[in-house]
Design a protein around this ligand. Structure first.
Ligand code: ADP
Ligand code: 5GP
Length: 188
């Protein structure tokens, strides 16, 4: 298979993880890219599974070596990024790379990979529906949900920068559309 990349980005609560998990089980060619971070592991997180956990000094040294496809200081002093080595590892295994990243990361990755990549913006039908889904998911406090919703309004403005906008209203319709768009891109 040709070297391919599919990037999924969305404001939190739009259904990005749901779509990505569906694709991972529905297609056997995908591997999820594991980012590197300079933050410490949380709870059950494992090196090489959720992230490659490295020290801030190691992270800075890798930046200096131009080892990253893209990286960002997401929080003060806390770095995140995709290693070129990770991209090579997945392609060499004969797999296509799946990215599950925030909207800024998605735009950066599309710029880097160009025609090798399909970038998809997952969008809830409205901000109100997005809020309801976050409340139902029950993983965040009410304050944090409101912060995510406020941030979503700004993140929505990134939608036109993506190759494809996937509206997640009825879930089955959305997953069928995701299958169709992804199959078409893989067949190119
Ligand atoms: P994200 O990864 O974008 O933050 P999730 O995939 O976690 O979003 O989805 C947010 C919540 O909404 C989850 O609880 C999920 O089960 C639910 N959800 C996703 N898609 C739909 C849909 N089409 N209709 C109703 N609920 C949905
Ligand atoms: P967390 O620490 O909660 O796992 O992630 C914090 C933030 O870092 C999230 O917004 C996530 O999207 C972002 N992030 C994770 N990996 C990467 C990456 O490789 N590049 C960029 N730019 N951001 C990332």
């Amino acid at each position: 298979m040709k070297e391919k990349v599919i990037i999924f980005s969305a404001p939190s609560g739009s259904g990005k993880s749901t779509v990505v998990q569906h694709l991972l089980t529905h297609f056997d060619c995908f591997e999820l890219s594991v980012s590197a971070t300079s933050r410490a592991p949380r709870g059950v997180e494992q090196h090489g599974r959720e992230y490659y956990f490295i020290t801030p000094d190691e992270f800075r040294a890798l930046i200096a070596e131009d080892a990253f496809v893209e990286h960002e200081e997401v929080y003060n002093g806390v770095f995140y990024g995709t290693l070129k080595k990770e991209v090579r590892r997945i392609w060499d295994a004969g797999h296509a790379i799946l990215f599950d990243v925030d909207v800024k990361g998605g735009v950066n990755l599309k710029r880097y990979f160009g025609d090798k990549a399909l970038s998809v913006f997952v969008q809830a039908p409205s901000v109100e529906v997005l809020r309801e889904r976050l409340i139902k998911r029950a993983t965040d406090s009410p304050e944090f949900i409101e912060e995510r919703v406020r941030k979503a309004a700004e993140e929505m403005t990134y939608a036109p920068k993506f190759d494809y906008r996937l509206i997640n209203d009825d879930l089955e319709t959305c997953l069928n559309e995701a299958d169709r768009v992804v199959s078409a891109f893989l067949a190119e």
